[in-house]
Design a protein around this ligand. Structure first.
Ligand code: FES
Length: 77
C-alpha cells in the first residue's frame, strides 16, 4: 500500500498509510500534538498540513505523496 511521507516540525519525517488518524501518525513518529477535547471543538490540536489548518483529533492523513506539517501556534492556548 502506498505510504505518505510526513515531514514534521524539527526536521523529523515518517511514513504512514493514508487514512491513519493524525494523532496516531504523530504518536508513531514520537511527535506530541497537544490535545484537549478530542472531539473537534476546542482547537487545541490544530496543526497545519501543507498550509491548511487541520484539527488533528478528528482528521486523518490524506492520500498524498508528501505532506508538510507545522504546529499551529495559537497564543491563547
Ligand atoms: S482536541 Fe479539541 S479540537 Fe482536537
Amino acid at each position: 500500500m502506498k505510504k505518505v511521507k510526513i515531514n514534521w516540525p524539527n526536521n523529523k519525517s515518517s511514513h504512514c498509510s493514508p487514512g491513519v488518524e493524525w494523532l496516531k501518525a504523530a504518536y508513531n513518529a514520537n511527535i506530541d500534538i497537544p490535545t484537549g477535547c478530542l472531539g473537534g471543538s476546542c482547537g487545541a490540536c490544530e496543526i497545519e498540513v501543507n498550509g491548511e489548518v487541520v484539527r488533528a483529533c478528528i482528521a486523518s492523513v490524506p492520500e498524498e505523496n508528501e505532506l508538510n506539517v507545522e504546529f499551529f501556534s495559537d497564543p491563547y492556548w
